[in-house]
Design a protein around this ligand. Sequence first.
Ligand code: G3I
Length: 377
Amino acid sequence: MLNRRDFLKISAAVAAVSPLSAVRAQSSSTDSSSEVSAANSLRAHAEQHGLLVGCAVAPERLANDAQYAALVAGQINLLVAENAMKWHALRPAPDKFDFTAADAILAFAESHNQKLRGHNLCWHEALPDWFASTVTKANARQTLTKHIETVAGHFAGKLHSWDVVNEAIDPASPRPDGLRVSPWLELAGEDYIELAFRTARQADPKALLTYNDYGIELDTPKHVDKRAKVLALVQRLHKSGIIDAVGVQSHLSAGDDVSGTGLRDFVRELRGMGLQVFITELDVNTQKAQGTVADRDAEVARIYREYLTHMLAESNVTAALTWGITDRYTWLNSPRYARPDGQRQRPLPFDADYKPTSAFFAERAALDSRPAAADRL
Ligand code: G3I
């Protein structure tokens, strides 16, 4: 949790970090021994194509790690809080809201001319400890609306978009509509999703209201089934005019076949409904991948290149974010995803020493592959 001293440090970092900060590059076929400076950053390449390129960030790292802050300032034009805008971060007690950490991210973004996404207003995870003993069928709807009114209201007019509801579909659900059997469903009723979106719309009419989910990227039977259920839910929300975008999380794994057409059909279906699509949490899990570090890097880069190139060919895909920016800080190096050989995973565009990985060059090439507006699908 961010304390006041961290907050002050972020304010100092905000002032000190220049978006022109350069980061030494690892040798690569295209940028051998060069620097990833402003002109050849992800951000510059994205902006040339009218795209948003982003990453998840942590405010305590922005405050305490100057190299990290420089990387985020120089490479990215769209931020999202990895954890700092979730319920457990904002709600220390049932009657308390603490915006210190989230506000620090907003201040960083504003001072570097970056946009900020909100993640998230309603999820079955990251709920505070008091939730289970405090929220009941009698007060769940009011608890949800009060949270959204307060949080979305606090940031009103300042955010690019909000993940209003996160991961509400579960292929293992016994329900035909696939709605996850979660505390929200059980306590607030099956229209809790509409309630959340309607409340968010009123609290912040400017933010793009987004439904965000994972496990819908591939053409495996499980992903195809989940994608169909997500589409049905989005159509339900679209009929009520309360959704603007869909977030495709894109937590992929080595070996994934990302050449299937199902996701692109889904994206086009959404385009027909006037909805944008954001790639919200891209990374590549190499927990079980064999081969050398170089082999695994090449596989991560292959997935970045193929996946992003396919997706960015679709005109309504307007933003691509990775779930972190450096391998130094990635949820995939938590014990749950540890490799059996003890080697660290390298799922992100910069390695643990802040040098660009093969994924960086693949991501940048994919941004450059964005067709000119006139040629876009
Ligand atoms: O902040 C505490 C720290 O004080 C404590 O010492 C430490 C000990 O475990 O825990 C810290 O909190 C952890 C937090 O990450 C910050 O590191 C939580 O236990 C841990 O559950 C939390 O995990 C996050 C997870 O969402 C659950 O909120 C991951 O960082 C975050 O990457 C992950 O992100 C999710 C997206 O929100 C939704 N899509 C999937 C994605 C990956 O799971």
